[in-house]
Design a protein around this ligand. Sequence first.
Ligand code: CP
Length: 297
Amino acid sequence: MQHLLSINDLTSENIYQLIQRANEFRHKGIHTSFPDAAVALLFHENSTRTRVSFELASKKLGMTVIRFDGETSSLTKGETLFDTFMNLYAMGLRYFVLRHQENGIHKAIATRLPADAHLINAGEGVVSHPSQALLDAMTMVNHYKDDLPSKKVVIVGNIRHSRVAKSLLEILPKIGVSKVSLVAPKIWQLESPAFGDQTESLREGLADADIIITLRIQKERLEKDALFSLEAYRKDFAITEESLRFAKPTAIIMHPGPVNRDIELDSSVLDGSQSLVLKQVENGVWMRAAIFHEMLF
Ligand code: CP
């Protein structure tokens, strides 16, 4: 694998191999070291989970890690991002982890990089977040194992502006999931989803649900939308102990983070026995190590 830009570039086999490798690392640890492999972490948007887990994963693999800070870099003097990449490449860096708000920038850079450089998409605008989808898939596969294809997945929130939701919609069919409900107010629904049914009714969406994935409510978007308020969203779309009763009693709760406690997800549900939210975070370290490992060989 040269780059990881989108789930669309991976086959089902690639995905299951990454999950298998990540589980192997999780259970047996990592016993190989790559000190000559240098990675730059370029986060042009804030991050906790993705940035720390990529850093931790690269350190577990014995890689040399450079945390690139855009705000104190020569980007502020007008250097382009591509030229920044090429200067880091000239210093010997071959692995690049990029989070950026601009849709399409990862592909635009990747196509111009030398053949031995590797770019990992750590979050791209409202388009994709493939490493998140991979760790989410790992969490679902580990929990339901061979029964996963019979399970129903529900994604609740701002589907239209969520890169997590977009990558999930790409990965779910590749791991055999065919029953998907997307629950969102009309303004946040997709125009024509390639996969899954859309509804404005949380009750309808959650019926028979086995996996509930709640998305972060982007308060900044709500503030811009005069037609909609946080209270209105919470009333109709929050996952609470009450709304959770619409789903199967065995349903698991997932959330990519960061969570707005008691807004899209009640604290009692987030901290409850059905929540796998911190398991997702734990799996993220091993999945990101598996992604690097795939590129290192
Ligand atoms: N899920 C996710 O991307 O979280 P961070 O923004 O904290 O990396």
